[in-house]
Design a protein around this ligand. Structure first.
Ligand code: FE
Length: 186
């Protein structure tokens, strides 16, 4: 290989190497704000970055009362840690502005502003509506580690949170449609 060609090859490899380095500024698409430039290092990208903070329920019912308050399907998810089949939930494709609430106690959980299409088949959000909306707990069921998300007021099981969501948090709150109701904005 001629020296000039070798130099061009080395220069090309150097430029390509720099452009894929760990400090690269990633272009992340934020729902409602496409094209926002986000530093990938600001996003949560591993389970040990997800805070575990179980809720202390202030709405408490006996098992018998929950069975009267909830439908059979709602009880299965909220009180028995169930999961609805993917693509089955009525709220999956809901794109109206409003607030998603707990189907067990009406506690406000998520705003439509943080809802996005994760392609998983369950309603997905990148953050709860406020600091008291949900609690989190370690879930070692099914032979794997996950982080459970439950209602901050009644502790009903809602779904799980994963470190593979979009900006601005990097989180994906993957929530059962049956565990929620929807309050449309006026
Ligand atoms: Fe609740």
């Amino acid at each position: 290989m001629r020296p000039t060609a070798l130099f061009v090859l080395l220069l090309t490899l150097f430029v390509l190497g720099c452009s894929t380095g760990p400090d690269e500024q990633a272009m992340a698409t934020e729902p409602g704000d496409p094209g926002t430039e986000v530093d990938e290092s600001d996003l949560i990208r591993s389970y040990d970055q997800i805070p575990i903070a179980p809720a202390e329920p202030t709405v408490v019912h006996t098992d018998e009362e929950w069975r009267e308050i909830l439908s059979g399907d709602q009880y299965h998810i909220l009180r028995d840690h169930g999961t609805e089949p993917p693509y089955s939930g009525e709220l999956l494709d809901n794109d109206q502005p409003g607030v998603y609430r707990c189907a067990g106690c009406d506690h406000a959980l998520f705003s439509s502003q943080s809802k996005y299409d994760s392609g998983t088949g369950w309603p997905s959000y990148y953050e709860p509506i406020d600091d008291d909306a949900v609690g989190t707990a370690e879930d070692h069921s099914l032979g794997t580690f996950r982080v459970e998300v439950h209602c901050g007021q009644c502790a009903g099981h809602l779904g799980h949170v994963f470190p593979d969501g979009p900006a601005p948090t990097g989180l994906r709150y993957c929530i059962n449609s049956l565990a929620m109701t929807f309050d449309a904005e006026d």
